[in-house]
Every structure is written in structure tokens, then in C-alpha cells.
Ligand binder design. Structure first.
Ligand code: KG4
Ligand code: ZN
Length: 358
């Protein structure tokens, strides 16, 4: 079965064709990073307009590089939410029009579920129960996945997402957007001892939630108190910023890996999944790989870690395979819950079957 995936939830216009649920035929990504970089973050209105400019070309290229015409696909999977509503609308409207004109089934996909499925292409099949840590610019959530497409939330950020903290700190330091890759690179050359005592992450007793806004505030204060100047265009970062990056990154990783270790200890999984843009982080990958889990750790290669449509197609595959068709009334959802199970104490309670939201 050939699935066309379409993703437009944030600042990547993406389309992909996958075969049999885990083989990528094409994976086309048009990034808008250059458009948003001068603003230090994604500007929603600019994102919507750019998706409009690119969507036809991106979908055409995904199909033609796969040697397919539109009629050659068996179904469409499109990101329904969460994300920027104007941006989502572009991909969703385009996908619905295609499904209508071709008379093919369409499924609306939760973007976070897409990130979970991003590991299916380059790893052995996921064994369940699995634990997934999805860390991106918009989300930091720990899931228990007792069986395919069943999700219970073990912990989530109470304020900023980890990627958001990276992007905000990078903006403050004049390091551009997105902040993750550049801070990661600097951190590798820095000394985390420089601000280790100042940057600490709160420990929320007993639960597996995250919080990054206190760390962000501590960085802002440290920068002010130590008279650290932002990097000017064309200049490279000095030792103070390199060391700050290392201290900041060490705390982020400590928090993420600490909660992940607790989750694995409480609910021993057969697979550990690390995905979402921040899963590109070299230090995080190393720390999770070296955490000594009995279960194998799966993460995607960098191109599949940040937003792409192959992962959306992969999440759509099992739904299309069992004959789901969400029809033409599905709506874009700025916030969209993935959990269809609840964890009460350590007991898993079914909240209902997995259903798309319209
Ligand atoms: O998954 P993604 O492409 O978009 C969302 O769904 O949010 O994630 C983008 C985020 C950005 O915040 C970016 O700074 C972060 O992932 N990121 C990284 C790295 N590469 C990308 N954060 C830390 N280290 C990296 N190497
Ligand atoms: Zn994402």
C-alpha cells in the first residue's frame, strides 16, 4: 500500500510517499528556516503564506520522484494538529481536495504520533510496551505505549518545551534560529562547570513532568549579571557563551534523561523511543544510549527527527490499512490530545478507542 503523507504544522512544508508502512520512496521537505530566522522564531502568518507557495510543488515532487501519478497512491495521511492553525489548514485543505478529487481515503494524523512513528524506517519493528520521549520545539512529553496506537501520558512539560528553551536562549545570545543545532555544537566545546551551580532544574516530587522556564530565567539572569553580550553577525561565540551553552545543555539533558530513566524503571518497556527535533541533540542521544536500558533505544536519523511527512504517512498506514477514512470534514486542531489511555496511580485505564478528532 502506497501512502502519501502531507505535513504543514509549523515551518516545514513536507510531502512523502511510503510503501508498506516502513519503506520511504520519497521524503521532500521545504524548510522555511531562512524566512523566520530574522525574527528569531516562527511567524505564523508568514508560515501559512509560505506553505501556500510551496505545497503544490512539494507534493508534485514527492510523487514524481517516486515515479507515481496522483492516481497511483492508495491513501492520504495528513497532519491535523497540534500546530499553527493557519499552517495546518494549508496542508489539510490540500489533502482533502486531493482525496475528494481522486476518491481516495484520507486520515487526519496527530503530529506527535507522527514523531513516534518516525523510528519505524531505520530500526527493527517496535516491540510493546514501549516508552517514548517526544522532545520538540512545541512538545516535551513522555508516553507509555502499551500496544500499537495506544498512548498514556506519563509526564509533560508544565511550561516551555525543551526545543522552545533552546530557541529562546539562542535568540537572547544572538545565535539565530533554530537554536538547538547551534547551541548543541557550542556545548560540545564548552565547560559545563562554568554555570553548573546556577542552572538547576526543579525536581517535581513523584511525577514525571518537566519544567524548563526556570532554567531559561536563570540563563537570562546569568547573562545580565555577568555582562555577557550577544554574538554579533559574522562573529563567533566567545568562551563565556560556549561554556554557558555547555552548562545549559547539561541541565536539559539531565532533566530529560532523569525522567526517562524513572519512567523506564516504573513501566519496564520492550522498546525505548526518542524522537522530535531535540532528539537530534548529540549529547541527548549519547546520554540515552548510555543510560543502560535493558530495552533497545530507537531514534531516527536527523532528517527524520525534525518535521517531515514520512512519519505522518507511517502513522497513517495502519489506520488506512484497516479501512479508516476520516472524510472531508476533519478540521485543523491547534491543540490535539494524543492520549487514549489514562494512568491512575500505576494502573492503566482505557479512556476509549483511538479516534481522530473532528
Ligand atoms: O520536531 P521539530 O522539527 O518541530 C516541532 O514539532 O516543534 O523540532 C524543532 C525543534 C527546534 O526547537 C530546534 O531548536 C530543536 O528542535 N532542535 C534541537 C537540535 N536540532 C533541532 N535542539 C537541541 N539540539 C539539537 N541538535
Ligand atoms: Zn514536530
Amino acid at each position: 500500500m502506497l501512502v502519501l503523507g502531507i505535513e504543514s504544522s509549523c515551518d516545514e512544508t513536507a510531502a512523502a510517499v511510503i510503501d508498506g508502512g516502513n519503506q520511504i520512496k520519497t521524503n521532500v521537505i521545504a524548510s522555511q528556516v531562512n524566512i523566520h530566522a530574522p525574527f528569531g522564531g516562527v511567524v505564523p502568518e508568514l508560515a501559512s503564506r509560505e506553505h501556500l507557495n510551496r505545497i503544490t510543488q512539494v507534493v508534485d515532487q514527492a510523487l514524481s520522484d517516486a515515479g507515481l501519478s496522483l492516481s497511483g497512491i492508495d491513501g492520504i495521511a495528513v497532519t491535523q494538529g497540534p500546530g499553527l492553525v493557519g499552517a495546518l489548514l494549508v496542508g489539510l485543505s490540500y489533502a482533502k481536495s486531493l482525496a475528494f478529487s481522486l476518491n481516495k481515503p484520507i486520515v487526519g494524523i496527530n503530529h506527535i504520533e507522527g514523531h513516534v512513528f518516525s523510528v519505524v524506517f531505520e530500526n527493527p519493528p517496535i516491540e510493546y510496551p514501549a516508552i517514548a520521549l517526544i522532545v520538540s520545539g512545541g512538545h516535551t512529553t513522555l508516553f507509555l505505549i502499551p500496544a500499537p496506537e495506544q498512548y498514556a501520558i506519563l509526564g509533560r512539560t508544565r511550561d516551555d518545551a525543551a526545543g522552545e528553551a533552546y530557541d529562546k536562549i539562542a535568540k537572547l545570545l544572538g545565535l539565530g534560529y533554530p537554536g538547538g543545532p547551534v547551541l548543541d555544537k557550542l556545548a560540545q566545546a564548552g565547560d559545563p562547570d562554568a554555570a553548573r551551580m546556577v542552572f538547576t532544574i526543579p525536581r517535581m516530587s513523584g511525577n514525571l513532568d518537566f519544567s524548563f522556564s526556570g532554567l531559561k530565567t536563570a540563563v537570562v539572569r546569568f547573562v545580565k549579571e555577568n555582562g555577557i553580550e550577544p554574538v554579533q553577525p559574522g562573529e563567533s561565540a566567545g568562551a563565556d557563551i560556549v561554556n554557558l551553552a555547555a552548562s545549559f545543555q547539561e541541565q536539559v539533558i539531565k532533566s530529560l534523561v532523569g525522567r526517562l530513566k524513572d519512567a523506564v524503571a516504573r513501566h519496564p518497556p520492550k522498546t525505548v523511543i526518542l524522537a522530535g527535533g531535540v532528539a537530534c541533540n548529540s549529547g541527548l542521544r549519547r546520554a540515552v544510549t548510555e543510560a543502560g536500558f535493558k530495552a533497545p533505544v530507537y531514534f531516527p536519523s536527523p532528517l527524520l527527527t525534525t518535521d517531515n511527512a514520512a512519519m505522518i504517512a507511517a502513522a497513517g498506514y495502519p489506520k488506512l490499512l484497516r479501512g479508516e477514512n476520516h472524510g472531508f470534514t476533519i478540521k485543523a486542531m491547534a491543540s490535539m490530545n494524543l492520549a487514549n489511555f489514562a494512568l491512575e496511580g500505576y494502573e492503566l485505564t482505557r479512556k476509549g478507542p483511538y479516534r481522530h478528532q473532528d
